[in-house]
Write a protein that binds this ligand. Sequence first.
Ligand code: M6R
Length: 600
Amino acid sequence: MCGIVGYIGLNDAKEILLRGLEKLEYRGYDSAGIAVSNAGGVSLFKSKGRIADLRDIVDESTEAQTGIGHTRWATHGVPNVTNAHPHQDASNRFTLVHNGVIENYDKLRREELADVQLVSDTDTEIIVQLIAKFVFGGLTTEEAFAKTLRMLHGSYAIAMLDEEEPDTIFVAKNKSPLLVGLGEEFNVVASDAMAMFQVTDQFVELHDGEMVIVTRENVRIRTLNGETISREPYKAELDATDIEKGTYPHYMLKEIDEQPAVLRKIIQAYQNEDGELHVDRETLDAINGADRIYIIAAGTSYHAGLVGKEYFEKFAGVPTEVHISSEFGYHMPLLSDKPLFVFISQSGETADSRQVLVRIKELGHPSLTVTNVAGSTLSRESDHTVLLHAGPEIAVASTKAYTAQIAVLGILAALASEAKGKTIGFDLIQELGIAANAAQTMVDRKEEMEGLSFDFLELSRNAFFIGRGLDYHVSLEGALKLKEISYIQAEGFAGGELKHGTIALIEEGTPVFALATQEAVSPNIRGNVKEVGARGAKSCIISMEGIQEEGDRIVIPAVHPMLAPLVSVIPLQLISYYAALHRGCDVDKPRNLAKSVTVE
Ligand code: M6R
């Protein structure tokens, strides 16, 4: 989704901003812009499309050491140059970028800006026009900035330039991520540390309702009421190789490949010196104190949550519900006496999940976030955090975060089981190790998966993924992976559900990927394969060593059946990757999608 960068220092601001925006490209966007300021005023460059298009229109000869930049994912108004950020007030003195959604923008427009001719359809323009109105009415820029922020309802991360104060960037944050980075004779602003990791690893976290006056030498944080806040910087723990593609053609392929290593890292991270599974006492107490777990998540994380439910119920005997975060508010279940809300989110920024967190906090219920990003909004705002240790996931299509989520949920459920004096009946550490090896075997079979992708999907407009039990959850994820990056219409189904309607869509050559890794239900899913086969479908059965049958196209190495999703999803990820590649799709940045979905 939208991204913000800002720089104030002694070097060429244009290049630092453009490179910063390139680092944010993975989040998804449809237009971009930068504004740089020098003694001669502010120069504005905006374009629809990619950062490469923006680079083409930036005037190389403009010299400036201060600037702000933005990638926009359209919410209010179509993606075009006019709606792209930065936005300016009518006098062009103020230039502003904004992430988030201003809920009362229409009211503010009608009540405060009736006589101002707006040029864009965005909620953002209201902010910059209001600030200008208050400055021209006699306030200082800082006062007008604070006054405007106090009037806004909704979420925002903001960076603003004032032509008359070219040595300052005005910054603010509320419910949208924003950081200030510190350097020698420069400071930066970024919605994600990754964007400015090129110049610094020292960042200061901003809290909701704070604004910051950033100059080359100084960073002054204050509340909207003027109280000064002092906060120590922290060192961003990013490994530069984690955020580079290296020799890989796409981040998605790199991240698929990283899954065995991520599983091994998780085994290490959640083991104590005695080789036993371990998480901090408070987190474990929170899980053990619950009489029911409510998992809240979206997309791929929701699919991981479905597997997590099986773990909490089968390993620990804790009743567990899984809810799509955007739907939770409409179907708020009757809660148990001692609920625990578990938020699963790779990014930790998903607005749909956050609104549930805000609501359940108001009701006084405990929360735990399982996320890949330490310090993310969901992590900061929930009572407990368990990290995925998957390393930055850049491709929009989530792969290694999914397997990491499943492994971590398995560990939490096993610990809960142990705390209740139960046993899960197998050695999870050992079996996760076996699953990591099996995952390695699967990522090494790329050529074969590419061939299958070609055979099954080259000419397809649609595809079906079916499974039963745990395999059903994986089929949902397989379908999501394929549709989001290749644009082939794909649906995941419980095998038994097909005959209740969807089988009508099966015709000659329709590809059906059938998961058959669970012995107890394997005969039934094979029955479904026969049913669709009789109607012309072309089926690819994905089974497991030990229960495979002749003709199965993919046989994953034997792993504990409860851990099969960690391995069976890999061929589906690879098949989707190659389908998208062969169709010439932008694998890492599929159309209309964003990595971090920060609007509801
Ligand atoms: O960051 P989150 O895990 O909260 O994101 C949730 C979904 O937006 C995400 O999983 C999405 O479905 C993926 N792009 C799918 O690959």
